[in-house]
Design a binder for this molecule. Structure first.
Ligand code: PMP
Length: 372
């Protein structure tokens, strides 16, 4: 190996916008109760693991060949999944779907295709902290518009920002991370009307939405510059499988196909995702359980006098604390890992199993007693 002990990152000719930057990521700590990255706490059903093992063993014999570059079979399966779970939409097919290694990569493809030097991305903070990084990595500028006190999007402020900045891309997480806030489809439609370019609605948490919260998928048929991104990381409990996707007009998919690396999605990833999709019903049963835990958690926190943002996701955002770090650290000392993110008086906690939630509640009361 090449070793030069005196040479550090600062000595390398790094691009100026990367100088001083830290790699993104929440701490991966080995504690008993991990509620910090909105993972699904339930392991895969045994039938799914068994099927995946067999399928992977069979596929292993063909790994000398490159995978299907277009991932056609998986894209058709995902279209079927969306059609089945969103009966109100104009049916989608494989041409409407794009896939990559997590929705993070899908959104990077979108920024590579539609962002770039001299163009800007409009964001609504507090929101998912990776968005500015996609922009940085693709030389896209970032502009922002504020949210209201309840974290909903302020449509008038958004319209003004769009008029003033003419962003090439508008990106809205709905439900939003870290706040859990869903955005009304009417607001989304108004933003697509106002925006001169692409509007991306990141629905990473859509399956956890409360009854009656509509998906932006319903708007796709009338809005060719709208893109809805999804992921199997959360509802499907497939974060380790790294499979994200989008639904949009076929032209948007063609744009992503231009910028993707050849064979970006491995044969094993495609296969594993297809196996997981065959177990959709068993996996989505756990979504119901997580929704109930989220609602119980909200009620419990409110009962203790905390402020809790309305959540349609598998986590809740709560506060407010004069010193949130003291609360975070107190919980960590008691074996419970949550997340310090967004406005500095708030904390985010993921919905876990009933046992994990009981552990969180107990630790939270103990921390509150300690901090007085
Ligand atoms: N969007 C949002 C709003 C998220 O919170 C996350 C994960 N934390 C992602 C996208 C990315 O998920 P993945 O790359 O695992 O699909």
């Amino acid at each position: 190996t090449v070793k030069e002990p005196t040479l550090g990152l600062a000595d390398l000719p790094l691009r100026p916008e990367l100088q001083g930057a830290e790699p993104y990521g929440a701490p991966q700590l080995d504690v008993a109760i991990r509620l910090n990255v909105n993972e699904n706490p339930y392991p895969a059903p045994a039938a799914m693991s068994a099927e995946l093992g067999e399928a992977a063993a069979a596929e292993a014999a063909h790994l000398n060949r490159y995978p299907d570059r277009e991932a056609r079979a998986l894209r058709a399966d995902l279209a079927n999944y969306l059609n089945r779970t969103n009966p109100g939409i104009v049916p989608l097919n494989a041409d409407n779907i794009w896939v990559a290694n997590g929705s993070n990569e899908v959104m990077t493809h979108l920024l590579q295709a539609f962002g770039g030097p001299g163009r800007s991305l409009l964001l609504f903070p507090p929101t998912y902290s990776m968005y500015p990084e996609y922009a940085r990595n693709t030389h896209t500028g970032v502009v922002t518009a504020p949210r209201a006190a309840d974290f909903s999007i302020d449509l008038e402020a958004a319209r003004q920002a769009i008029a003033a900045e003419q962003p090439a891309v508008v990106m809205i997480a709905s439900p939003n991370n870290p706040t859990g806030t869903a955005t009304d489809p009417e607001v989304l439609a108004a933003l697509v009307e106002a925006a001169p370019g692409m509007v991306i609605v990141d629905e990473a948490y859509a399956e956890f939405a409360r009854q009656g919260t509509p998906s932006a998928l319903e708007l796709l048929a009338d809005h060719p510059r709208l893109v809805v991104t999804r992921t199997m990381s959360k509802a499907f409990g497939f974060a380790g499988g790294r499979l994200g996707y989008l639904a949009a007009s076929p032209a948007v998919v063609d744009a992503c196909r231009i910028v993707r690396l050849p064979y970006h999605l491995s044969a094993l990833s495609q296969l594993a995702a297809r196996v997981a999709l065959r177990h959709t019903d068993a996996l989505l049963e756990k979504v119901d359980a997580l929704r109930s835990e989220r609602d119980r958690l909200t009620d419990w926190l409110r009962g203790r006098g905390y402020e809790v943002a309305e959540s349609d996701a598998n986590f809740v955002y709560f506060g407010t604390f004069d010193d949130r770090h003291a609360v975070f650290s107190g919980l960590l000392e008691r074996g419970v890992l949550i997340r310090e993110t967004g406005p500095d008086r708030w904390l985010r906690v993921s919905a876990g199993t009933a046992e994990e939630m009981a552990g969180f509640r107990q630790a939270m009361d103990s921390v509150a007693r300690d901090l007085g």
